[in-house]
Design a protein around this ligand. Structure first.
Ligand SMILES: NC(=O)c1ccc[n+]([C@@H]2O[C@H](COP(=O)([O-])OP(=O)(O)OC[C@H]3O[C@@H](n4cnc5c(N)ncnc54)[C@H](O)[C@@H]3O)[C@@H](O)[C@H]2O)c1
Length: 327
């Protein structure tokens, strides 16, 4: 497995800049390349200034700006930037022609043992792999926005990605203090596919006059949004009761047709007597003897989240702009 001690970021914009900040603060010297030498210099200046603001706001530890200033340098070209890198992050805009140019040039100039990772939000990694010289050292490593402050990173191997490359990327992500989750190579992976599914249904509700965007956002952040920092959709269903979900699906199915038909995976489980937390089991293997502990954890979590929201106050600058909705 390649030992990673130097990192190059190709595309030092919003995500690439944040990734470079995190990696440098974790002790990896970084090089940034952009579309031109001037763009790389201005990306570097921007992310140093941003680090200074984060440090001032207490979001970065004292001394971080100095570490970042000393640890990141801007390269004149992609070729120069990748020449010595052990690990290369591609974070150029989400356009296939730009990805093709950046990945093609970076992989042709990189050492054959360098790992190459794309930060694409939704493009299948297998499709991008065809643009890479040495596709068996290529994978998706999808950071979330804003990179310095969100823990999750999706690790997406293509069918040809070598296992040691996947392990190397996972180890790197852990070593910079993030939480890697290995997912399979489908468009949008897990995080964006789910986020867009929610958005899709929300837009549909606006189109149908169910509620306005502001009303929907308010309901989400004040209701099931509370669960999400602690429980995903499966733990939420297990705790609600899978039989309860089957019951609710009857109304959904009747109202919205087959796109809301109860999933066979759910029906099979309930038919077999597995109703989630209350029976023990469920999708997340919940221990029914721990109900009191789980409920206590949940209640503490939600109370703490309520307190945090009260402390932070409302989101600044949110005007709504769609008042007056009458269903
Ligand atoms: N912004 C997000 O919320 C987010 C979250 C996760 C993943 N992503 C993904 O990360 C990638 C980068 O997104 P971003 O939001 O940082 O974009 P961005 O526009 O902020 O940054 C892209 C950078 O790439 C540079 N660039 C453009 N053409 C180039 C080229 N040919 N060679 C080298 N550099 C070039 C740009 O100058 C810019 O600095 C995209 O694939 C995006 O889908 C974005």
């Amino acid at each position: 497995m390649t030992t990673i001690s130097s990192i190059t970021v190709v595309g030092g914009g919003y995500m690439g800049g944040g990734i470079a900040q995190v990696c440098v603060l974790a002790g990896y010297p970084c090089v940034i390349a952009d579309a031109t030498a001037e763009a790389a210099q201005s990306s570097l200046a921007r992310l140093i200034e941003e680090a200074r603001i984060f440090e001032e706001q207490g979001l970065f530890a004292p001394g971080s700006t100095q570490v970042i200033t000393q640890g990141i340098r801007a390269a004149d070209s992609i070729e120069q930037a990748v020449a010595d890198a052990d690990y290369i992050v591609e974070a150029v805009p989400e356009r296939l022609d730009i990805k093709a140019d950046a990945l093609g040039r970076a992989s042709a100039a990189a050492r054959p043992d360098a790992i190459i990772a794309s930060n694409t939000s939704a493009m299948p990694i297998e499709k991008l792999a065809s643009l890479v010289t040495g596709p068996d050292r290529f994978l998706g490593v999808h950071w979330m926005n804003p990179a310095p402050f969100v823990p999750g990173v999706e690790i997406i191997p293509a069918s040809m990605t070598r296992p040691d490359v996947v392990e190397g990327a996972e180890a790197l992500i852990r070593s910079v203090g993030k939480s890697p989750s290995r997912v399979s190579d489908q468009a949008g992976f897990v995080a964006n596919r789910l986020q867009y599914a929610l958005f899709h249904e929300a837009v549909r509700m606006v189109e149908e006059g169910t509620a306005t965007p502001t009303e929907i956002d308010e309901v989400v952040s004040n209701s099931f949004g509370f669960r999400l920092p602690f429980f995903g959709p499966f733990a939420t269903a297990d705790m609600a009761g899978l039989d309860v979900y089957v019951g609710a699906y009857e109304s959904f199915h009747e109202a919205y047709g087959d796109r809301f038909a109860p999933p066979a995976l759910l029906l099979d489980r309930v038919s077999a007597g597995d109703t989630g937390l209350k029976s023990g089991g469920g999708f997340t293997g919940m221990d029914a003897s721990k109900i009191a502990d789980i409920v206590r954890y949940r209640n503490r979590a939600y109370a703490a989240l309520s307190a945090l929201r009260a402390e932070l106050g409302p989101v600044p600058g949110r005007r709504g702009g769609d008042e007056g909705h009458t269903p």
